[in-house]
Design a protein around this ligand. Structure first.
Ligand code: KG4
Ligand code: ZN
Length: 361
């Protein structure tokens, strides 16, 4: 297999990001640059991401961010093997900006384009610089997604379970907001929880009687938001934050353990468990999952913190892996607000009632 040097572009939410990644012929990957311009300050006054503001901010900065990624990597366009841009799922106004920019570069420089599924990017993020061969069991846990997947190879995922209501990051964000913490709520809640008593507040455990691998966070989100209204003293808030963090970690761990048992029944050796996505940045969540993985005979890997939340290095790597197998997309690739990783499972057993645009998760 040949080496690939790929420019990756990520604009699906509130981060404008560009990165150059080199995937060597032997499968090793090297991040030559990874530039991220966060729009947190622009959205903070609204307590969440405003799609129109996001799309405009991407338009204003994509050119400069991509230029910086190329300069920091020390490569010219002639050194690239291809361009990879997130084509969904996400806020479609933003996705269109990165994808159109990627198409323009591909056309101008006569390079192949890869239209990358953002979730596939998260799925390969733990492979950035680390040797994690396929297949592996993946917990993908971010602000918009929460699923357990069997990742068999490039673009080959089988869904074992998915949230039936909110994503874990969404639960972190909404509970943090109810507690008066700044956006984005997950990191703020983790900070507040430091040194808190996680046993102080009792929060509901969901889906205990169900023997599938689905997840649920809405019960604990509602209960915690109600508690937050009454809890005002700083030490009490700290204990509530620790209790919420533990309740979310417990739900993720209990459901992942079910998936580990199912996965271990089908794979005899090389049991690997990977967690990726923004919530994988949470140290308590990581520690709980690591202990569970080791108890079930799985190795445990989480991406370096910088590659847990949205970034373009994971998009560049996903593109490079596809290019290495001769896979690329036409310049007519479309931006998709919804794009399930396991299309078959999403169509036959949608987690959310499919809207006009198809299954969401
Ligand atoms: O992967 P990501 O950057 O964007 C999506 O694709 O959704 O994930 C963002 C989510 C947000 O909900 C954020 O609150 C959560 O990840 N998050 C965290 C932490 N860092 C980010 N949640 C808990 N603890 C953290 N340290
Ligand atoms: Zn993401």
């Amino acid at each position: 297999m040949s080496a690939q040097t790929v420019l990756g572009l990520e604009t699906s939410c509130d981060e404008t990001a560009a990165s150059v990644v080199r995937l060597h012929a032997d499968g090793r990957s090297e991040v030559l640059s990874s530039v991220i311009a966060s729009q947190i300050a622009e959205h903070a006054p609204f307590g969440g991401v405003v799609p129109e503001i996001a799309a405009r901010a991407h338009v204003e900065s994509i050119d400069g961010i991509a230029g910086r990624a190329m300069a920091e990597a020390g490569v010219g366009y002639g050194d690239l093997s291809g361009v990879a841009a997130t084509a969904g799922p996400g806020l479609v106004g933003g996705v269109m900006v990165g994808l159109s920019f990627g198409k323009a570069v591909a056309l101008a420089r006569n390079l192949p384009l890869v239209a990358v599924n953002h979730l596939e990017g998260h799925a390969v993020s733990a492979r950035l610089g680390a040797d994690i061969p396929y297949p592996f069991l993946l917990l993908l846990v971010s602000g918009g997604h929460c699923q357990l997947l069997e990742v068999e190879g490039v673009g080959a995922c089988r869904r074992l379970g998915s949230t039936i209501d909110d994503a874990a990051g969404e639960a972190f964000d909404k509970i943090a907001k109810a507690m008066g913490l700044p956006y984005p709520g997950g990191p703020a809640l983790e900070k507040l929880a430091e040194g808190g008593d996680a046993k102080r507040f009792v929060l509901p455990r969901s889906l205990l009687g169900r023997d599938d691998c689905d997840l649920s966070f809405s019960g604990l989100k509602t209960a915690a938001a109600r508690m937050a209204e009454k809890v005002t003293a700083p030490e009490d808030q700290r204990d509530l934050a620790a209790s919420v963090q533990e309740a979310i970690a417990r739900q993720l761990t209990e459901r992942s353990e079910r998936a580990m048992k199912a996965y271990a029944g089908r794979h005899v050796e090389g049991l690997r468990f990977v967690v990726a996505g923004g919530v994988a940045a949470n140290r308590h969540v990581r520690a709980r999952l690591q202990a569970a993985a080791e108890a079930h005979g799985f190795s445990f890997t989480a991406p370096p913190l910088a590659y847990c939340t949205d970034n373009a290095a994971m998009i560049a790597l996903a593109g490079a892996e596809r290019l290495q197998l001769g896979m690329s997309d036409g310049l007519d690739a479309v931006a998709r607000p919804r794009w399930p990783l396991d299309q078959a499972a999403a169509s036959s057993n949608p987690m959310h009632v499919p809207g006009r645009k198809g299954a969401k998760a």
